[in-house]
Structure formats: structure tokens, C-alpha cells
Design a protein around this ligand. Structure first.
Ligand code: ZN
Length: 291
């Protein structure tokens, strides 16, 4: 089977909204089998992958991509499929929705070795770009993240104002309700049921306000995310082989499109969401350099 692959990057994608939270800890751990010092965050990720591995495969085989690969169409996890009889080149990923119900999503089949090759090449381009054009990378990605976070902040602030307004209204409603009760204009049962429903709403609103306030704070701190990514990328300059550590430290998620076979050749796009910065328009960046 001939396989032509290419990457597409999005600057404005719904997937960008899945930005992971900024890690608060710079703690380091020493990992038995690896001389490298890895961040606590990567350590946790690796542990998660291991747990998934135990749940998922009966063959004892595992993929470094398990847990990182998603279907670009339905958003569901892609399952790692292997068999004791399989050689490494036969292992593949497929959309879990499709596995459960073939009508709901198409297969999105991709072989693990093909995926590995595509991801490694993309990472190499990104790392090399960061190493050679750090200032430009910082400017472009900084602007991109700022746009996204400004928009997120605007939306959150709007919701926050609405929630706070309603909370104020509830205070006034409560006061009137108490007055009505004191005056005897409403029965105790009615008072109890009404105040219960307002209290529930109040609790809900307070939770919402807390969440929104946190989100706004986090978005405001996003300016550091580009720097964090640049620092991580520098650690992998000269990467020649895809190790679980490099993968889990730099990549947050990989989305696999359905293959396009309309041209007679099999073409398949993947989208790599990097840690901290999301999707990197690497081909556009590289073209700018050539222009
Ligand atoms: Zn799917």
C-alpha cells in the first residue's frame, strides 16, 4: 500500500480550546531506568499511559501513543489494535466510536509505524524551527495564544457578570421571601420549597463564579506558556528517535483524520496539539522563512 502523508495545521481550531492547564510545579523526579530528569507532569502522564496500557491490551504489547490519539471527526479516543501474531508494522489505531458502531464514524485507520514517522517528522521540524528562529516563533505563537486567550477571557467575563447579577437578584428575592414569611403572606411549606430552590440556584452560581474566576486567572497567565514550550523544545534539539519522554513532554494530543483515497493514493492528515501552545502552523512558518 502506497501511503502519502501530509500535515495540516490550524491556527483557529476548536481543539485549541482544549489547552491544558499550566503546571504549577517544577518539581523533578528521578526515574529508575532513565538518566534524564523529567518533570513531575511528564511523570504523571507516563503513569497514566501505563495504567491505560494495563486496562487495554491483553497481548502485553503497548504503544507510546496510547491515550494521546483521537479521532479528528468525532473526537473519541482511537484504540490501539494489536495481536500477538502482529508484527510491529501491523499494529494500528482506529476510532473507538467506529469500533462500537460502524455507522457513527468511519474507521480512521492508521498504522502505528506510519503515525510514529509522521509525528517524529513534525516534532523534528518544530524543534528545529524553535532552535533556529526562536524570536519569530515566540512572536507568532505568542500572538496566536494571546488572541485565543483574549477571546476566552472576554467570554468568561461576560458569563461572570451575568452570574454575579443573578446572585444579587437572588439576595433581593430572599429578602422579600423572608418578609412574606414574617408577614404571613406565604405558608411555611411554600416558603420552604421556594427557599430550597433559590438556595440551590445560589450554590450553583457560586460554583460557577469560582470556576470562571479561576479560568480568567489561568488565561491571564498564559503569556508564559510559549516560553515553557520553547524551553522544552530546546531540550530535544537533535531528536532522532521518538522516545516516550520526548513525545509526552512535547505533545498533548494527536488528531487523526479519515484517510482520503479520492486521488487513488491514500492521503491522511494528522493534527498535533503541542503542550502549552496547541497547534503549531509549522509549514506556514517554514514557508515564511523561505520567502
Ligand atoms: Zn471517530
Amino acid at each position: 500500500m502506497r501511503c502519502t502523508v501530509n500535515f495540516k495545521t490550524y491556527t483557529n481550531s476548536i481543539w485549541d480550546k482544549k489547552q491544558r492547564k499550566t503546571p504549577e510545579s517544577d518539581q523533578t523526579v528521578f526515574y529508575n531506568t532513565q538518566p534524564a530528569i523529567i518533570t513531575e507532569e511528564v511523570f504523571e502522564k507516563v503513569q497514566q499511559i501505563r495504567q491505560q496500557r494495563h486496562r487495554q491490551t491483553k497481548t502485553g504489547k503497548s504503544s507510546i501513543f496510547s491515550g494521546l490519539v483521537f479521532c479528528a471527526d468525532c473526537g473519541a479516543k482511537m484504540y490501539y489494535c494489536t495481536s500477538i501474531k502482529f508484527e510491529k508494522r501491523q499494529d494500528f489505531f482506529t476510532c473507538s466510536t467506529h469500533r462500537h458502531n460502524k455507522d457513527q464514524c468511519s474507521g480512521h485507520y492508521i498504522r502505528a509505524v506510519v503515525l510514529e514517522d509522521m509525528v517524529l517528522r513534525h516534532m523534528q521540524m518544530v524543534i528545529s524551527y524553535v532552535a533556529n528562529h526562536e524570536a519569530h516563533f515566540r512572536a507568532v505563537m505568542g500572538d496566536k495564544l494571546k488572541l485565543a486567550s483574549d477571546e476566552a477571557i472576554r467570554v468568561s467575563k461576560k458569563k461572570l457578570a451575568k452570574a454575579e447579577k443573578r446572585l444579587g437578584e437572588l439576595d433581593r428575592i430572599f429578602m422579600r421571601l423572608y418578609e412574606d414569611r414574617v408577614n404571613g403572606t406565604i405558608s411555611d411549606e411554600r416558603f420552604a420549597s421556594m427557599s430550597k430552590s433559590y438556595e440551590d440556584e445560589q450554590t450553583q452560581l457560586k460554583k460557577e463564579i469560582e470556576t470562571l474566576t479561576k479560568e480568567i486567572d489561568q488565561q491571564t497567565q498564559k503569556a508564559d506558556d510559549v516560553e515553557r514550550f520553547i524551553a522544552q523544545a530546546h531540550r530535544y534539539v537533535g531528536l532522532e528517535e521518538l522516545t516516550p519522554y520526548a513525545l509526552h513532554e512535547l505533545v498533548k494530543a494527536i488528531y487523526i483524520e479519515a484517510p482520503d483515497e479520492s486521488s487513488g493514493k491514500r492521503r491522511q492528515n494528522i493534527h498535533i496539539s503541542y503542550d502549552f501552545v496547541g497547534f503549531i502552523p509549522i509549514h506556514e512558518l517554514m514557508q515564511e522563512e523561505m520567502a
